[in-house]
Design a binder for this molecule. Sequence first.
Ligand code: B3K
Ligand code: ZN
Length: 867
Amino acid sequence: ATVIRRGDYQAPSYQVSEIALDVRLDPDNTEVHTRLQLHRIAPEPVAELHLDGESLELLGLQRDGQALAESAYRLTEGGLLLLNPPEAFILESRVRIHPRANTALSGLYHAGGQFLTQCEAEGFRRITYYLDRPDCLARFTVTLHAPQDSCPVLLANGNCMATGVEEGGWHWARWEDPYPKPAYLFAMVAGDLAVVRDRYRTASGREVALEIYVAERDTGACAQAMDSLKHAMRWDEEVYGREYDLNRYMIVATDSFNMGAMENKGLNIFNAKYVLASPETATDSDYQGIESVIAHEYFHNWTGNRVTLRDWFQLSLKEGLTVFRDQEFSADQNSRGVQRIGDVRRLRAAQFPEDAGPLAHPVRPDAYSEINNFYTATVYEKGAELVRMMHTLLGNVPFRKGMDLYFERHDGHAVTIEDFIAAMEDANQRDLSGFRRWYGQAGTPVVRATGSYDPARHSYTLTLHQETPATPGQPVKEAVPIPVRMALLNTQGQRVPLEVVGGASETVLLLEQSEQSWNFANLPGPVIPSLLRGFSAPVRLQDSLDDDAHGFLARHDDDPFNRWESMQDLAVKALLAAVADSSVAPLPITLRNAVAATLADRQVDPAFCAELLTLPGEDYIGEQMPVVAVEAIHRARDGMMRAIGRHFAKEWTGLYHDLAAAYQRDGLSIGRRRLRNLALAYLIAGEGNSREGAILHARQQYIQADNMTDRLAAFQLLAQHRHHDAEDVILDFYQRWHEYPLVIDKWFAIQAAAPYPKTLRQVEHLLVHPAFDWRVPNRVRAVLGAFAANPTVFHAADGSGYTFFAEQIRRLDDINPQTAARLATPLSRWQRYDAPRQQAMVTALKILAGKPGLSRDLAEVIQRSHP
Ligand code: B3K
Ligand code: ZN
């Protein structure tokens, strides 16, 4: 397949000033009439001008009102070549496309009775011939025609300029977007949709109409989305001084969507999962997901839309930056410490493994064959960490100055990551050149810390060393700038003043070379270092502290992230010991004391307490081993759950009863639910009487819950445990919720995640369940995504999980290549397993590689996974 390289970038030779689309919508045969005003920007005439086009049936072409002679153009595999184009001209094309047959859900598609578009990254070329590249900015006008009864609502970007009716029960609407934009931000929607309306007054007093389009029966489930939108609009004004710039902000929810949501100018299209919520159908984490994705797409209006990308290698310029913005927004709305822990959990669960395997790539990649494969945890989450590090080093006000300069310089333009760094540097007269290496270099740096206290001198010396392991194509790595936020705690757990920074009790050290040392003098006595506070850099820290020190930090560190991290370290160490030797006690004394202290600490907020007491997942434990010991990890973690459940049965029972409360949506109530459900999980994991009692509680909770968080927690515990009436509960849940697709996705996922060998059979049944639909990505992800994340069943020793999985991906590739390629990535981690598993995983990859009609998406993932 063709490889696109970052170094090959060339500015376009022509620009489009205006594009007018006229679309007659029909599920089977939609006609698109396009009028482009093109003019040359290259200094010299060019021999040919390439317009992108894919799966288009060309019906007619005109230049300046005349049918285009056959000698003046050529159809190619990727589009249309205009030969010897004049300096400026109007090109009109007519094409036919087939929205119902478009199960790839890229371009214009028809699903669930609606017409929808998804143009990022390269979907617009599946609608019409065009310069489908982000550095081509044009003003769009769109006229939609559709039958009035099936499509009473007709939407596109910008402002609605006119509507009308026409013959045969059809009607039309014309939309104009005053802001020039790249085609990837184009959107149109038509269907029978209800609308929930609100208003927002911007800081400068402009009224904005807010509209959320959903199915009629879902209009009662939009409050969280609408509130989040208004909060996000206010936050961007307050924190970044950015206002919304159109009179209307529209959000459309659909069940058929390849990802979370899309920031199309003025017309976001959303996976319903990130719009719809009611206490009965959505969990607390669903609510939080809505808040963050609504905010993310809104924030793109400035970081992505007003300032857009020069080319797709710059993707993190909008995604990393916008994730950083949405994380900070959520931290301001909720608990900052708990938010940070969750963000780091996600980074470690998805990005660290990616960065350590064959799919590793820099935040700014160097080459791709299918850009959709680069919407990765590295581009998003690691990209956000890079922006966060610059923020940490500069500080709040200088960072904001840099952002202001970035917007001032680049509003309305298509720019690069380099432009972003330069704005940060120029606004603050700072040299951030080391960050260019962060963007260009893949792999997670390992930071080793050693320190010693000198009682004679009353000083502490800290030495930090960095090293980044090699990644594919990058054997040699350079040092990168690593901000290490730190403090020193005395034996009472208080921070001591640091003389080197004028007596402040916290500072940020900048580790730029491969090794550096710092000396802290005039200390009152021995100290314990608290390093990488708030996880100030995306690195693996080896702190060489012993269990006692971690136990101490787990109780006393005033940095919530580090306190949590110390608990995790204690647990990971104990788990690794139990993995290596199954006769080792599952709950060593230091960890037991730390758990006891946490349970006894009445000061700690319940959400944070739940984080502290949640054990690291099996994947994370496996990440810490040279070869993932699948079964032993599962046994060890189970054993530790059981031991903690049993040892603290009284405390868990107490919590379970004390934390019972009628449903409320505030942060404190959310934390209490979380902690209470964790208590229930520990009680069920324990043995003996308390376990029997807990199962009864779970049943009762499942039946009586007044909200989905509690109901689902109980359902999951009952459905995933070897338990006589699990099947009744599974049936009951389906009957209660079968009319709610988002809830049924949970039903599918929980079954596919059950840690028993029989789950494979169960998943086979789920794939032929009447409610399963290969064309709906949420449903496919619920089953196959959950299955591939099931540590013991996907990685069954006999390879059955891999074979089965490969067969399903093979099937999905014909329907939806983008989703197939993304789901297939767990197979890339084959090197992490023992020899028989390696062989089975590689065989699975080979089976896929040999598939006839393999998509470019999946081909690239396979090829990079096993070159
Ligand atoms: N920009 C979109 C992602 C598009 C993915 C295309 N394969 C959503 C987001 O990051 O906001
Ligand atoms: Zn985004």
